[in-house]
Each structure stands twice: as structure tokens, then as C-alpha cells.
Design a protein around this ligand. Structure first.
Ligand code: FAD
Length: 344
């Protein structure tokens, strides 16, 4: 009998036609929707257009009607609301069991999560619960014209090559996506969709951890992901003092400073300012790369910026390959000249 049941379950799991729609995990913390959810909705919209299905969001917790409204306003056609006090705070068990259960009931074809601390923890557990695979840390998603499956691209081998991964035999296809890489969905006031309240089998004893207290760290001095102008410095600065000059330029443009990993590793600036594969991914309107060679791991975190202006003494530096404006010269001469031009 067990063998027959197992066989039936496997048959259902392998029947890919049962799965439809794209789900976005709407991460909330203390009742606040996280920006990455809006970026996933923006990307999800492109995918549903190519795929021909509905764009949905799944949110967990209670008293979240304001978030549900925001999700509709940002393009979700359906919102799956797992309304449960026990999910107000994230726990691995609570979320992976509750969302896993919702996935089993409603069978989305694609599930996208932000590669945040929560998404990176939840994604693998959810994938195991749903007996499927996960591509972590994607920077690009596309629908394959022929198979209609999702092609998930992510940096591999220390960022030296980009790997495109497909999940042909299991559903849902799951990816975590780096925050700050995708375009946010536009907000359309008053948009409405279908609200689906999800009942799950989550039991109290399923949740093995308890959040005793949430302690907020002092807000970071910088929010690189929100900055419109970034003036970034690398080893070409020569020393930590060099960042003072970059700060002047950043101030002139109403922006913030940032750094390459080499400058961070040299102890010239805090890791919070690091841009790149192992730092923050940024997409400002203007990115100044000052004394930065443009290694692939750095480029991975800034190459989608609007206008890239590179200042480097070496005319063959790889940063010039991705720069819109390249200035060959010593940053200690070029930056004061720019400030002079601006009468600063
Ligand atoms: P360098 O490569 O030393 O370049 C300095 C540049 O300054 C040179 O091009 C030089 O011509 C120029 N220069 C020198 N003097 C001047 C001057 N006076 N004026 C103008 N230009 C001048 N790096 C990151 O940045 N972010 C990451 O997240 C990251 N993650 C990594 C992850 C892994 C797994 C690995 C292996 C590496 C990672 N790296 C990362 C490191 C990366 O490979 C490079 O080593 C690093 O980006 C180099 O930093 P840089 O450009 O400041 O220094």
C-alpha cells in the first residue's frame, strides 16, 4: 500500500502541468514590506509577460492589510495571505512549513525570494520541503522561449563566470535574487487583485525556535542601495585619507562614498561601504570609480549603474570597458579639477 501511495505522490510531483503562476515571497519585517519584494514584483512582471500566467505574492503574519494593498498596487494579481500571529517574526520552521504547505496546495510554477538574510535561510529549507531545487543568488532571470521554463543566471567560481541554471524536472522552480539588481515594480494607486487567505497545517510544536527580543542595530550611516550617486574608491587612493577627497566629490553631487574590497581589506573603510560580489550590489544614477581596476567581482556589484565614470591612471584598466566616461589620469589631480569646475 505504501508503495502505491509513494508512486501516486511521485506521479503528481512529476506532473509539471499541475503547476502555474509566478509567486514572489513578500518579505516583511516588523510589519514593513522590504524593498526587495517590490524588485521581485518588477522582475516577475517581465516573466509573466513572457510566460503567460499570473503574478502572485505570498505574505506571512498578521495585521498586514497595508502590505497586501501595496502588493496589489505594485502589480500582484493575487496575494496569498498566510494570516497567522506565529508568523509575525521570521522563524525558519514557521515560514518553511507554512509557505511549503501553501505551495503544495496552490502549486506555483516559479517561486522567487530575495537573497536577503531571511531569503537565504528560507529558500533552501523551502526547496527541501517541496522536493525541488533552488538557484541561489541570481542576478538575471529569463523565460526560455521553447520550454517556457525559467533560466536562472548567477555568478559562479568566484564571479569568474556566469552560470545559467535550469530546473527541468521539478516544480516549483525556485530562485533567490540579489537585492538591488532588478528594477522595482511601478506603483499604480488603487490597483486591486484577488486576496486568497491560506490555511496551513502549521502546529505550535513545529516551531522549534522562539524570538525573545528584536534588537535593532544603530542605523548604518550609509544606505548604498538607495544612493543616487556613489563615489567609490579603490587601491588607487593609496591610503585611507584619500576617502576625504571622495567625500567632497560625493557631497557635491548629494551622494555617498563606497569602496572596492581591496580598500576595505586594507582597513581604509568599513565593510558596510563595500560594493561587489561579496559586498552590496548598487544601481545609482551615477557611479564614480576612482582608482578601481574593475575586477569582475567589483563590476558584478555596480555594472548596472546608470552612468559609470572611471578615473584611473592605467588606460588599459578593465573598468574602462564598462565605463560610459573614462578619464585616464591621477585621481588626485582629476577630482580637484572637477570640484574647481563646480566652484567648490
Ligand atoms: P586594484 O586592482 O589594485 O586596482 C587599483 C587601480 O587603481 C589600478 O587600476 C590602478 O591603475 C589605479 N590607480 C593607481 N593609482 C591611481 C591614481 N593615483 N589615480 C587613479 N587611479 C589609480 N572586490 C570588490 O571590489 N568587491 C567585492 O565584493 C569583491 N569580492 C570578491 C570575492 C572573491 C571570491 C574574490 C576572489 C575577490 C573579490 N574581490 C572583490 C576582489 C577583486 O578581485 C579585486 O581584487 C578588487 O576589486 C581590487 O580592488 P581595487 O580595484 O581597488 O584594486
Amino acid at each position: 500500500f505504501d508503495a502505491i501511495v509513494k508512486d501516486e505522490i511521485e506521479k503528481e510531483e512529476n506532473d509539471l502541468t499541475l503547476y502555474h503562476d509566478i509567486w514572489v515571497f513578500a518579505e516583511q519585517r516588523q510589519g514593513q514590506l522590504q524593498d526587495v519584494a517590490l524588485e521581485l514584483l518588477g522582475e516577475g512582471k517581465k516573466l509573466v509577460n513572457a510566460r503567460g500566467c499570473d503574478l502572485c505574492a505570498v505574505v506571512c503574519g498578521s495585521n498586514l492589510s497595508h502590505i497586501v494593498d501595496e502588493l496589489f498596487a505594485h502589480g500582484a494579481q493575487k496575494v496569498y495571505y498566510i494570516e497567522d500571529d506565529r508568523l509575525n517574526q521570521y522563524t525558519t520552521d514557521g515560514y518553511s512549513i507554512a509557505i511549503g504547505d501553501a505551495i503544495e496546495q496552490y502549486k506555483p510554477e516559479i517561486v522567487l525570494l530575495g537573497a536577503t538574510h531571511i531569503g537565504r535561510d528560507l529558500g533552501p529549507c523551502l526547496a527541501v520541503n517541496c522536493n525541488t531545487g533552488l538557484t541561489a543568488d541570481c542576478t538575471k532571470l529569463e523565460i526560455n522561449e521553447e520550454t517556457k521554463g525559467i533560466m536562472q543566471t548567477r555568478p559562479a567560481f568566484g564571479g569568474n563566470l556566469m552560470a545559467t541554471i535550469v530546473c527541468p524536472n521539478h516544480r516549483p522552480q525556485m530562485s533567490t535574487v540579489r537585492p538591488g539588481v532588478m528594477e522595482r515594480a511601478e506603483r499604480v494607486e488603487g490597483s486591486k487583485g484577488e486576496l486568497i487567505k491560506v490555511q496551513t497545517k502549521l502546529k505550535d510544536e513545529d516551531i522549534r525556535t522562539k524570538v525573545l527580543e528584536v534588537i535593532k542595530t544603530v542605523k548604518e550611516k550609509v544606505s548604498l542601495t538607495d544612493a543616487k550617486v556613489i563615489v567609490s574608491g579603490g587601491m588607487g587612493l593609496g591610503n585611507a585619507e584619500g576617502f576625504k577627497l571622495l567625500e567632497k566629490l560625493a557631497k557635491a553631487f548629494g551622494g555617498t562614498v563606497a569602496a572596492s574590497r581591496a580598500a576595505v581589506d586594507a582597513g581604509w573603510i568599513d565593510h558596510a561601504y563595500q560594493v561587489g560580489q561579496t559586498g552590496t550590489t548598487v544601481k545609482p544614477n551615477i557611479y564614480f570609480a576612482c582608482g578601481i581596476s574593475g575586477a569582475i567581482q567589483h563590476a558584478a556589484g555596480m555594472q548596472n549603474s546608470g552612468l559609470i565614470i572611471a578615473i584611473n591612471t592605467n588606460e588599459n584598466a578593465p573598468i574602462f570597458d564598462i565605463a560610459d566616461i573614462g578619464i585616464t589620469g591621477d585621481l588626485y589631480k582629476v577630482i580637484p579639477e572637477i570640484l574647481d569646475e563646480m566652484n567648490l
